[in-house]
Design a protein around this ligand. Structure first.
Ligand SMILES: [Zn+2]
Length: 77
């Protein structure tokens, strides 16, 4: 499994010198990564959010759990 820290580097599309606000928790962070929230059925709804490392990792874990559930559901079908 790819560590979240490596994914973080991958998603870190913009490094800013000024402090940025995390869109998820509202905290100031020196580093934020742009995360596009995948709405699945409608890509037009997908909007980019700025996330601090903690929120990024949380989202990544949620995404993995969702994928695991989907894989399990498909295997059962
Ligand atoms: Zn945050």
């Amino acid at each position: 499994m790819v560590p979240a820290s490596i994914l973080w580097q991958h998603h870190l599309t913009a490094e800013r010198k000024e402090r940025m606000i995390c869109d998820t928790c509202g905290r100031e962070s020196e580093r934020v990564a742009r995360v596009v929230i995948d709405q699945g059925y409608n890509r037009l709804l997908a909007k980019p959010l700025w996330n601090c490392p903690e929120c990024f990792e949380k989202k990544e874990q949620e995404r993995r759990k969702r994928k695991e559930r989907e894989a399990t559901a498909q295997a059962a079908a």
